[in-house]
Design a protein around this ligand. Structure first.
Ligand SMILES: [Zn+2]
Length: 274
């Protein structure tokens, strides 16, 4: 009898945790979003993220709520002696949360910390040739997001990218797009889509666009999407995301189907902000 009661209690607690935790999390986030948005944060965003001024009042309020949740949940770590400032945190959060603007509501669930380097950083890359010759090289990086619970950014690059919004390059959008891509555990250029029926068309359009880009890169032709997108399908999605937010008009004109897929995925139409 006692054993049965213990088992029943354990099952009840597990059920309560499984179903109660998401509800509690949602409730907590709602409370965070209702907090007053600090004027200093607002000033930082207006100064560092010019696209913010193009959003309508509802979008701005929604973005503010996402930023509040993001900053409450993520940890920032300065590297190579860098002191993380409020300006860094708010700027990174504002751009990253643009990707969540229309209530994606997932807040990059696997990501725990954002590592910030003062400028370009170097990592050791080990390559082996037929398993016999092992080469170790120092490779310069501006950002990366291959470790799912950590994302790395160069502050110097963040500043450059946020101030030059319409050049199609943005390390924050790029690395956080990788986070979205990896939410299902795989980095293959297919994030979690709204409906099951969306996958087939997404794969068809993305593959065609990726192959077209690879072909143009091979021929050295001019492209709207950065050449780096031809590296692999995961990089293609990250580069397409940068272009979607920063050069929406060109992307819609030259690649209407790709634009449409991204518009459906992000539930946004950045052309309206330009
Ligand atoms: Zn990348």
């Amino acid at each position: 009898m006692r054993q049965t009661l213990i088992v029943l209690l354990a099952i009840s607690l597990i059920v309560l945790f499984i179903f109660g935790f998401p509800i509690l999390k949602k409730w907590q986030r709602q409370r965070i979003k209702q907090r007053h948005f600090p004027p200093l944060w607002q000033a930082i965003i207006e100064n560092n993220v010019p696209i913010y001024l193009a959003l309508n009042p509802q979008e701005r309020r929604r973005l503010q709520g996402h930023i509040q949740v993001f900053l409450a949940e993520k940890q920032f770590i300065g590297c190579q002696g860098l002191q993380v400032t409020l300006e860094m945190k708010v700027t990174i959060a504002a751009v990253a949360c643009l990707l969540l603007l229309n209530e994606r509501g997932t807040y990059f669930p696997k990501l725990q910390s954002i590592l910030i380097y003062p400028n370009t950083y170097f990592v050791k890359e080990v390559t082996s040739n037929d398993g016999y010759v092992v080469e170790e090289t120092q490779v310069a990086r501006l950002g990366e997001s291959w470790n799912r619970d950590q994302l790395v950014l160069s502050w110097e690059q963040v500043q450059r990218d946020t101030q030059n919004w319409e050049d199609g390059h943005n390390v924050i959008l790029h690395e956080f797009a990788h986070q979205l891509d990896q939410e299902d555990g795989r980095a293959e250029g297919v994030p979690i889509l709204l409906q099951k029926s969306d996958y087939q068309f997404w794969s068809k359009v993305m593959l065609r666009e990726y192959q077209n880009l690879c072909l143009k890169v091979e021929k050295g032709m001019k492209t709207t999407l950065d050449y780096y997108g031809a590296t692999n399908p995961a990089e293609f999605f990250a580069v397409a995301t940068e272009t979607f937010f920063e050069k929406p008009r060109q992307l819609r004109k030259k690649h209407p189907e790709l634009y449409e897929q991204l518009q459906r995925y992000y539930q946004l139409d950045p052309v309206q902000w330009i």
